[in-house]
Design a protein around this ligand. Structure first.
Ligand code: FE
Length: 202
């Protein structure tokens, strides 16, 4: 048997992945950063090919990872997760950033560390690309614990406004689809997750 809920027991952190090409900065929210070796110090990052940030990393082979802390506010997910950098400047009006040595941005607020890395290998996984990268710099920014995916769901994501509504709610961001049935090819307009991440409103 395979119960997909078993997958949801895996624990993840949450990160803002930033890159820059041709003078344009971009960043996106990911949950897929992990250390893979310590000599040399290498991390892996897996990102959707459709993400603008993925394209920038593929081009420049450099990125920063800002490690989000439990102080992170939902607005950071709206800013970096629920809109595309192709159409907007995700950093417009956002002060909590600095440039690291490599010239890329990292978040100075609501984070507890950042890492700079250089891609050494790339693996094509169909919908996603996995980059293996060597860590070139890193700095601790606060002592607040790193936020986990579970903490985000329990404490940061606003409770969806489903009262008196009929339809489906996105488990990732709380978007409410009013109607029945939910089309199989439906894509959440906020977070871009598919119909599989929706559940019926009780
Ligand atoms: Fe969503």
């Amino acid at each position: 048997m395979f119960d997909v809920n078993a997958m949801f027991k895996l624990s993840y952190g949450l990160f803002v992945l930033t890159a820059k090409a041709d003078g344009k900065d971009n960043g996106c929210i990911i949950n897929t950063v992990m250390q893979v070796t310590d000599t040399p110090m290498q991390i892996s990052v897996t990102v959707n090919k459709a993400n603008y940030t993925t394209m920038l990393i593929d081009e420049t082979r450099e990125f920063n990872v800002s490690i989000l802390s439990e102080a992170v506010q939902f607005s950071v997910f709206e800013r970096f997760g629920f809109q595309s950098g192709r159409k907007t400047d995700k950093f417009a009006g956002f002060d909590g950033v600095k440039r690291s040595r490599n010239g890329l941005l990292y978040l100075t607020e609501m984070t507890n560390a950042y890492l700079s890395a250089k891609v050494v290998k790339k693996l094509d996984l169909g919908t996603h690309i996995q980059f293996i990268a060597e860590v070139t710099a890193g700095e601790v920014l606060s002592d607040i614990p790193s936020v986990t995916y579970a903490y985000y769901f329990a404490n940061i994501k606003p409770k969806p406004q489903t009262e008196k509504k009929k339809g489906y709610v996105c488990k990732i961001c709380g978007y409410v689809y009013e109607g029945d049935p939910l089309p199989d090819d439906f894509v959440c307009p906020w977070c871009k997750h598919g119909a599989a991440d929706f559940e019926a409103i009780e």
